[in-house]
Design a protein around this ligand. Structure first.
Ligand SMILES: [Zn+2]
Length: 595
């Protein structure tokens, strides 16, 4: 591995809380399968038939097995994500994938028997006090009842999972190992995608434009395979939907988010109606740069004075922002860092982007990020630690089954945490020029979260629509949809370069989870509303917010958010959120005017 000159060099995670080594992980998979077999022998045919106390025992035991599987599975994923070329890791990943599919098959009967229960019997169990820790999840699970097939069919569908994951892996590995020789001023060096993208925040315009061109040059060598991966995955999802009789491609995501399709569509339309807010800012920015119109490489260009921020400084800022809000959250943050659960160093063979995995009730969450010394990397750090605090508090209070929320709610604490960290950065900044940059960055971040993700959800809708009508998702077709949807967003405020046709090809969420994209828009808007509530009445808001984090997925989004002052049934919620968004853009405009 090449050493890097970045300040997060050497910040690699310690995976020993997951498993001591590959051999132990293999052994543990065998033990887990044995445990699952015994569990299935004992419990098969009994789910919901012997009263609430018996069902509670079944669910507790299943929870324990699922958590151990989550931990040992993540051990192999974590290794794959940080060392994609290690042969031992690749073998282990294969074992983990196969065993996880076997395990799921052995345990599948619990869900199927729960769904097969008559409504009256299920209703009776759902109101039993013993089952309260599981009640909401059990209730939500029954919404899938109309679309679930017989056990043998479900097992056959599950058995295909390793083959399906292989497409995802191919897509991810191709991007993780892609490097482009690029000279950023100090001689030619191999650059990963993330490192090239980091130049988009560089003040040097010529460097930004060249880096973007280099990125597209690299992507062009993999785009056909990336399109084939996406086509295979979308085609598979659609044929499984047809078998199940699922009427709407967004239904599986909406159901997991516990959001009505109508609520989602209303939100998406509200976002599209506000695209002009971004265009207004891009025109202002062009004026500031003294050009007629921005090019894409200018989109995130710093206005004012950017500066570097070292890893230790970023760590300190996020800690203080959490400490100011609620010391308990800062304590969790410190524990996770001290335990070596963070991998921050960018390097070849490591996946791009960032994520948090909350693992289980007995292991502290893990975080992967690619820290590149930019001031805005602190946003990513705060974001992932928003997930960490949510995961930790929810796992403390809830059962494993009841801790994990749908994607849309899951992104609320992460977005909220990043807004807190950015506010602290802005407050602390004495240089008006850097302050202007931070204000602009906050507004642009909201644009990326709210507008760009919504545009991507529309891209996905059209891709699934084309595939449904029998049109293959080739590189060219995806490029065309991508450009058309982007033009709706940017209007004539930004000129899109030819290479941007490949912009769809490195978005991991298209591959991992369909329509994950709109969750970011939803969460950013909800976080804006929450922040306004906090400012209005911090004394009342903070405990209610901690309660929201600790509640995990034990309630519906409506019931989770109402106590923190966000009512999803009220259209005013989106209007309030756009009020906050508009305020961010206006402050950014003021910051620029002060330069
Ligand atoms: Zn997130």
């Amino acid at each position: 591995m090449a050493a890097t000159s970045l300040s997060a060099a050497g910040i690699r995670w310690d995976l020993s809380d997951l498993s001591p080594d590959a051999d132990s992980a293999r052994r543990e998979w065998s033990e887990l399968l044995e445990r699952a077999r015994r569990f299935a022998e004992q419990r098969r045919g009994t789910v919901g038939k012997n009263g609430a106390a018996d069902l509670l025992e079944t669910l507790d035991e299943l929870d324990a097995i699922s958590q151990d599987a989550s931990r040992v599975y993540f051990y192999s994923t974590a290794r794959e994500h940080t060392d994609a070329t290690d042969p031992e890791t690749n073998d282990l990943v294969t074992v983990a994938r196969d065993r996880a599919a076997d395990l799921e098959n052995l345990l599948l009967f619990v869900e199927l028997e729960w769904l097969a229960l008559e409504d009256a019997a299920a209703e009776e169990l759902l109101i039993a006090p013993e089952l309260a820790p599981y009640a909401h999840r059990l209730h939500v699970a029954r919404e899938e009842k109309p679309y679930v097939l017989g056990e043998a069919e479900e097992q056959a569908l599950n058995a295909r999972k390793p083959g399906i994951s292989a497409w995802e892996s191919l897509h991810g590995r191709q991007l993780a190992t892609l490097t482009v020789d690029f000279d950023a001023g100090g001689g030619e060096e191999p650059h990963t995608i993330d490192r090239l993208l980091a130049y988009m925040y560089d003040p040097d315009r010529e460097l930004r434009i060249r880096a973007l061109e280099a990125l597209y040059g690299g992507l062009a060598t993999v785009a056909d395979v990336q399109a084939a991966c996406y086509d295979a995955l979308v085609g598979d999802r659609l044929s499984v939907d047809r078998l199940r009789g699922i009427p709407d491609v967004m239904w599986p995501t909406n159901q997991r988010n516990e959001l009505d399709g109508e609520v989602v569509e209303t939100m998406i339309q509200a976002v599209e109606q506000n695209y002009g807010l971004a265009q207004r800012w891009f025109r202002r920015k062009a004026e500031l740069f003294g050009i007629d119109r921005l090019v894409l490489a200018d989109q995130y260009a710093p206005v004012g004075q950017d500066r570097e921020l070292s890893w230790p400084e970023a760590v300190e800022i996020v800690e203080e922002s959490l400490q100011n809000f609620e010391p308990r959250l800062a304590g969790i943050y410190r524990d996770v860092l001290d335990r070596g659960h963070v991998d921050a160093e960018p390097r070849v063979g490591k996946v791009g982007g960032a994520y948090c995995n909350s693992v289980s009730k007995t292991v502290l969450p893990y975080v992967l990020i690619n820290y590149t010394d930019r001031l805005r990397d602190v946003v990513t750090l705060a974001h992932e630690f928003g997930h960490v605090t949510h995961g930790k508090l929810a796992l403390e209070r809830q059962t494993y089954r009841s801790y994990r929320t749908g994607l849309a709610i899951a992104e609320v604490p992460s977005t909220f945490a990043q807004l807190l960290a950015v506010e602290l950065l802005i407050d602390r900044e004495e240089d008006p020029s850097t302050r202007a940059m931070l204000l602009a960055d906050r507004a642009e971040n909201a644009m990326a979260g709210i507008f760009r993700q919504t545009m991507m959800a529309r891209f996905e809708q059209r891709a699934y629509g084309d595939r449904t009508e029998g049109r293959a998702l080739t590189n060219e077709r995806l490029a065309q949809i991508w450009i058309e949807e982007n033009e709706k967003y940017y209007g004539d405020s930004i000129q899109l370069p030819e290479g941007y046709r490949l912009g769809w090809s490195y978005i991991p969420h298209f591959i991992a989870v369909r329509f994950y994209t709109y969750a970011y828009a939803f969460a950013h808007l909800v976080a804006f509303s929450a922040l306004a509530q906090w400012r209005r009445d911090p004394e009342a808001f903070t405990p209610a917010y901690v309660e929201f984090l600790s509640s995990g997925a034990s309630k519906s989004p409506q019931d989770l958010l109402e106590p923190i002052g966000v009512d999803l049934r009220n259209p005013q919620t989106w209007a309030d959120a756009f009020g906050e968004f508009e305020r961010c853009v206006a402050e950014a405009e003021e910051g620029v005017t002060a330069l």
